[in-house]
Design a protein. Structure first.
Length: 670
């Protein structure tokens, strides 16, 4: 396996992209400080998202200068870069970039919803441009409007199938803006955007699924917000039949993917001994088949398919402390092992490898490579020649000696439950009496893992220890761990976080007088709940896009469709829950907060309404608490604009440096 400039393309390609990066950031001095800056970590990468054309000859990239975005193309083997599109409207931001065929690019963008009622929001729009820069524009100009109010679909980037055997078309699903109308699939001309019907709507079916050939052979419905239904057909010309019906939160079969070899077989998820496993399922007999794979400790994540057009399942993806693959194909396993050896030799450490893009035949690929101490970088890979060459470094001005390693730890909750967590100690600092930031993930049905994490590295580079607990309710760690967090917002989940603080102090690396807590979404809720419930533990807390009162969140469900009747099972909300929910409400317990608070929220947030943070800020002000509130008029449940992202993280690190006062790093001995 050859790396770097030793391949036939590397010597020509790498300098060209290096020049492009220099052009994109020209006029801005690059900081060489040993401490990481917010801009180093959170500004838009100068060049990112490389995509390879179907024939493997051309690469397209997104180039950013602040919030100005360009699309460039160039031959993979070398040659002139060509700017083919520019997005300079802050209300239109790139979401993804892909080739429809070898001559036409498609891009999804976030755009402001022109028909928002009761809330500001964002929608997605599909744009196209030729590889030579011609015919750039929105593809929806000719699309019909839906319903009596003449609205267009909110989300226009839901690609059902790329139809590689029919490269001038693709299959796209359109959701209706009305809850009583169900999505349908259209066949779209990628050049003009012209549509023709392909699959009509079916009552309650919200998602249509196509097999390898592009035939629509499955649909998923959520009936009465309580039942999961899978409708399938073996013959693409036959009627759909009800194949699986189950309660939404039961752990019986759910669709995972089609077989590439047998149209009568699919893959499904199902619980096995408290872990999600993958099985075959016989559509003809409507019967569960053989077990494909189950991991003894964690849930499976999904299928790993061949990059070639044969679509074969080569392995099963799962995540322990980092993403892994259990291979079903020996040749694919040998190839991946060779890639890992080559990259470990190049970077001096284990890395995570994801296929970012590949040619139609699967021979040429672009690989995304990263690790906890390696920012994302991209390599081109020729499978036949067994050659790798560097393509793009997203953060070329970050040096490895500025980064800190993340390790897995486990501590016991007060009721004996084992809590897996990830600990990052600041490089070059003694692991004793450090200021600690509890970094709380969202969800709560999500999880942390060891990976590149700019937030973690920001705190660690400034001398903070960081602890990321996978408290009960976190997903991926098995059914018992997930369900132990149901209806435990602000209660046992919060106790798990509290017990993590006490463990860190008892271990000696955390200073009990300098502990802070920070998170977004549910992590923001847990931050504020912790400041109120255990105010003696924390000296500062920051929350972005946070839930501050669960009752208000459930009332907002008319605008925020979460899917299923999620709150009754996972959060609560029935009449008997009112007292419990109010007791766990940060908004209703502001008087208990003692530490300074930093709040942030995007006005266009479609997940948690901005009034959640607005009410919290008002309550903190009325109660005379020390707080700061930053509102971002153009943001969603996260960040789409660089200026806003930089503003938030500069305020965040300044807030914790002020309130946790990290002690000065001792001078290195001569």
């Amino acid at each position: 396996m050859l790396l770097a400039g030793r391949s036939r393309y590397g010597a020509r390609l790498a300098p060209a992209l290096g020049a492009l990066i220099a052009l994109a950031v020209s006029g801005e001095a690059q900081e060489a400080s040993s401490a990481l800056t917010v801009r180093q970590l959170f500004s838009n990468p100068s060049v990112t998202s490389p995509a390879l054309s179907d024939d493997g000859q051309t690469v397209a990239v997104i180039v950013s200068k602040g919030d100005l975005q360009f699309i460039f193309t160039r031959p993979l083997a070398g040659g002139a870069m060509k700017a083919v599109a520019k997005l300079d409207d802050p209300d239109i931001r790139l979401n993804w970039l892909e080739w429809a065929n070898s001559k036409r690019l498609l891009m999804s963008v976030h755009a402001r919803n022109p028909n928002g009622v009761g809330m500001r929001s964002r929608v997605t729009r599909l744009y196209g441009v030729d590889a030579d820069g011609k015919n750039f524009g929105w593809l929806g100009k000719r699309w019909p409007y839906l319903g009596q109010m003449k609205l267009q679909p909110f989300y226009q980037d839901q690609i059902v199938h790329w139809t590689p055997d029919d490269p001038d078309y693709l299959l796209i699903q359109f959701d209706s803006p009305y809850r009583d109308e169900w999505p349908r699939v259209q066949k779209m001309n990628v050049q003009t955007g012209a549509l023709r019907p392909h699959q009509g709507a079916k009552s309650m079916v919200r998602e249509w699924l196509a097999d390898k050939a592009g035939d629509i052979r499955a649909g998923i419905a959520y009936r009465e917000d309580k039942y999961y239904e899978l409708w399938t057909r073996v013959d693409p010309e036959a009627d759909f039949e009800l194949t699986i019906r189950k309660e939404a939160f039961s752990h019986e079969e759910e669709f995972l993917g089609f077989s590439a070899e047998d149209p009568g077989k699919i893959y499904v998820n199902r619980d096995l001994d408290g872990r999600t496993a993958i099985y075959e399922y016989d559509l003809r007999a409507k019967k569960l088949g053989e077990l494909v794979y189950a991991h003894p400790e964690v849930d499976v994540d999904g299928l790993f398919r061949s990059p070639a057009g044969d679509w074969r399942v080569l392995g099963i993806r799962y995540t322990t402390d980092s993403p892994q693959i259990h291979f079903l194909d020996e040749a694919a396993e040998r190839e991946r092992a060779a890639l890992h050896r080559a990259f470990e030799q190049e970077f001096g450490q284990a890395v995570q490898i994801y296929p970012r893009s590949y040619s139609k035949d699967g021979n040429r690929q672009i690989l995304h490579v990263s690790a906890d101490t390696q920012p994302p970088t991209y390599f081109a890979y020729d499978r036949k020649l067994k050659q790798l060459f560097p393509l793009i470094d997203e953060r070329p001005d970050i040096r490895r000696e500025q980064l800190s390693e993340t390790k897995r730890v486990t501590y016991q909750a007060r009721d004996g439950l084992a809590i897996p967590a990830y600990l990052t100690l600041p490089r070059g600092h003694e692991a004793k009496d450090l200021p600690l930031v509890m970094l709380i993930h969202g969800g709560p049905w999500a999880r942390d893992l060891i990976q590149w994490d700019a937030e973690v590295q920001l705190f660690a580079s400034r001398g903070f220890a960081v602890l990321q607990p996978n408290f009960r309710g976190s997903s991926g760690l098995g059914t018992p761990h997930l369900e132990a967090g149901y209806r435990e917002w602000g209660q046992k989940i919060q106790d798990d976080i509290t017990d993590g603080v006490k463990w860190a102090v008892a271990q000696g690396f955390a200073d009990a007088d300098r502990v802070g807590i920070y998170g977004g979404s549910f992590g923001g809720y847990a931050t504020l709940a912790g400041l109120a419930k255990t105010h003696e533990l924390y000296r500062a807390g920051a929350a972005y896009a946070s839930v501050t009162d669960i009752e208000f969140l459930l009332q907002d469900d008319q605008w925020y469709s979460w899917g299923y009747d999620w709150h009754e099972t996972m959060v609560g909300g029935e009449r008997g829950d009112k007292e419990r929910l109010r007791a766990a409400s940060p908004l209703r317990n502001v008087a208990r907060i003692r530490a300074p608070v930093l709040l942030g929220h995007g006005v266009d947030d479609q997940r948690v309404h901005v009034r959640q943070s607005q009410r919290m800020a008002d309550a903190l002000k009325r109660d005379g608490k020390q707080y700061e509130y930053l509102e971002f008029p153009d943001e969603i449940h996260g960040f789409v604009l660089e200026a806003n992202r930089v503003r938030w993280y500069e305020a965040l690190i300044a807030f914790f440096e002020k309130n946790l006062a990290p002690r000065a790093k001792p001078a290195a001995a001569n």
